[in-house]
Ligand binder design. Sequence first.
Ligand code: FAD
Length: 430
Amino acid sequence: MNAYTRAALPPSLYADTARPPVATPPLDGDRRASVCVIGAGFTGMSAALHLAAQGTDVVVLERNEPGWGASGRNGGQVNPGLKWDPDTVEADFGPELGRRMVAMAWDAPNVVFDIVARHQIECEASQAGTLRAAFQGNNVAEIRAAFEQGARRDMPVEFLDGPAMRTAMGTDRYLCALLDKRGGHVNPLGYARGMAQAAQQLGVTIHGGTPADKIWREGTSWKVATPSGTVTADRLVIGTNGYTDDLWPKLRRSVVPVYSGIAASEPVPDDVAREIFPLRGSIYELGKITTYYRLDRWNRVLMGGRCRQTDISEPSDVQWMVDYARRLWPQLAPYKWTHGWSGQLAVTPDHYPHIHEPAPGVLVCVAYNGRGVAMSTAMGPQLARRTLGGTAAEIDMPITDLKEIPFHALWKTAVSARVLYGRIRDYLHI
Ligand SMILES: Cc1cc2nc3c(=O)[nH]c(=O)nc-3n(C[C@H](O)[C@H](O)[C@H](O)COP(=O)(O)OP(=O)(O)OC[C@H]3O[C@@H](n4cnc5c(N)ncnc54)[C@H](O)[C@@H]3O)c2cc1C
């Protein structure tokens, strides 16, 4: 009997528009698998998909349903790269690992669009590019440097100056931007559900409504207890990100969960869409507060950024974003805003994603620092390789020690305190 009732999918535009979910009945009894994956967001689903593609027997345990976490609620922006520019990554990790990290992270959108194409996932996918834009003079040099570093590495990048941005964006706000043509966007809940279906077709069993409550070693296996049964597995992959609980010691306090919020408008007419965002890619702004936005396939405007550190459910909960959109494009004034929602992502003080191996056969991958759509998907093949016996040196990301953030409780309190919020964001550069 299942003693846990899964939480409903929170209201969002995607909850109303994404393709239907797959059936994910709760675990019922005790079973064995080669690999048990915990968490069915992009990290868990991509790992499961790539493991199953190599014939591995995988069971996924998800507290609620695939895409319930950040993966089904995000801005849908499939953005290349890490927080830091390529030169910094190579300086931080050395020319060999650094170069592989750059290649993997900046090509990550191609992994997403390949999965969508290979499994014919209905998720409004569009590889129309990602713009990283500056509206303040002090960010122009950063954009130019990022462009030069990308061009030196033969990346498909362009530098757009102010007039080019006017043409791409229908607004005078921007001084310049870096366009990376690998980026784009998806309906993220549709993508998560499509990945779940693809994984099931490859033989993965996904148990929704099944929280992993406890993990322990039993002989050479790992045992995972849930309210409705146990899974015994040779290996574990944990991908719980901003929803990490106390399942694995220290993990919850190794990341800071941060809410981000989104407002979505009703569809605007084609001629208005052509005026306001002719490029139709994804854009995020540099600055103290990161604002990100895009148009979806149906000409809805999706504006994302800072919000209260709680679940929200109305566009008025993020009214500043609605006001901002109307300032960017006054022609949006007559159109209604229909949805507002939020979710939690995980950030780390070093702004890098974290892979840990806290015990033999246990892999953890968390903290994409706001860039998880492409990165978490691209981590799937990496996690699969290591899980199936690849050496740590073969992974294109360092496997590091799991460490708690000192004064973690204070970080959480600070993030929740509105007055400190801007300063924390400054510090975290998110
Ligand atoms: C509002 C918002 C906007 C964002 N916009 C963008 C964007 O436009 N572009 C971008 O690149 N990134 C964006 N992000 C970040 C991105 O969504 C995340 O980095 C990414 O989805 C992380 O995927 P994940 O699978 O690691 O975690 P999640 O999708 O959060 O999944 C974790 C899952 O683990 C489950 N879980 C937790 N504990 C347990 C347990 N004990 N047992 C079983 N299951 C458990 C949860 O229920 C959840 O489903 C955004 C995030 C948010 C919240």
